[in-house]
Design a protein around this ligand. Structure first.
Ligand SMILES: C[S@@+](CC[C@H](N)C(=O)[O-])C[C@H]1O[C@@H](n2cnc3c(N)ncnc32)[C@H](O)[C@@H]1O
Length: 237
């Protein structure tokens, strides 16, 4: 079975389907990321097949969020482009940004965006989230999303300043999301956000449990946030 078929089978296991052409483009992107892996350590995947059937499928869980529109999004700490490239290739024709602090990874992201013909609607930003949230990215996006970047209370300070009032921060978490959210209570108070939803998803073929945490921003971010690069992680709110 080809990788595009394997991807389709895994997506079907979550009640999702994509047109064949989209499946092929997702696999083409995964092949780029897998090749790029040899030059810069881009993903934790141990094989191209795992990148497709585990990591891409995990990112596609975002399509299950009914209340979130992916038309002005930013993927914070995008790494090899996860979940941002999956959103760009599979979630309509919205505009997005891939934010990544590491130069080698940002260079890969630029080449992948160009190779997939996405330059018109996907921007690569090589910055720290803390800098972009004080600068050009402040309150600019409808949705900020992150996967495997930081604990919820740290991530709240990375994501919420980037989002407009009424916008969403989406944290892709594992089954311990409840504990992380309890720790993030103070951060959400300070940053002005409430938990809108926590969606439980079982990945197909026993690949594990996921929680998609959706926060809604309720008021503008105070000027003091986000704090300087490194401070949110060192001294979480
Ligand atoms: C473990 S990787 C996860 C990458 C990708 N989201 C994924 O799911 O495969 C975390 C990434 O976040 C980036 N990162 C961590 N903190 C960051 C920050 N404050 N601003 C921008 N990027 C950050 C790192 O450089 C790294 O590429």
């Amino acid at each position: 079975m080809g990788l595009a078929d394997a991807l389709a089978r895994h997506l079907a296991g979550m009640g999702l389907s994509v047109p064949k052409a989209v499946g092929k483009r997702l696999v083409a992107y995964a092949e780029l990321a897998w090749t790029g892996n040899e030059r810069a350590r881009l993903t934790g995947a141990v094989s191209l097949e795992e990148l497709v059937t585990k990591h891409l499928v995990d990112c596609a869980t975002l399509w299950l969020l009914r209340g979130v529109r992916w038309d002005r999004w930013i993927d914070v700490g995008s790494g090899a482009g996860l979940p941002g490239m999956v959103l760009a290739l599979g979630a309509g024709d919205g505009r997005g940004a891939l934010l990544e602090a590491t130069a080698k990874k940002a260079a890969f992201l630029r080449s992948a965006v160009a190779a997939m013909g996405l330059e018109d609607r996907v921007e690569v930003v090589q910055e720290r989230a803390e800098d972009w949230g004080r600068g050009g990215g402040r309150e600019r996006y409808a949705v900020a999303v992150a996967r495997a970047v930081a604990p919820a209370r740290v991530l709240a300070e990375y994501l919420l300043p980037l989002v407009e009032v009424g916008g969403r921060a989406v944290m892709m978490k594992g089954p311990r999301a409840g504990d992380e959210l309890a720790e993030a209570h103070a951060a959400m108070e300070v940053l002005g956000a409430e938990v809108e939803d926590v969606v439980a998803v079982s990945l197909p073929e026993g690949e594990g449990e996921r929680r998609l945490v959706v926060l809604r921003k309720t008021r503008p971010t105070e000027a003091a946030y986000p704090r300087r690069p490194g401070v949110p992680a060192k001294r979480p709110l």
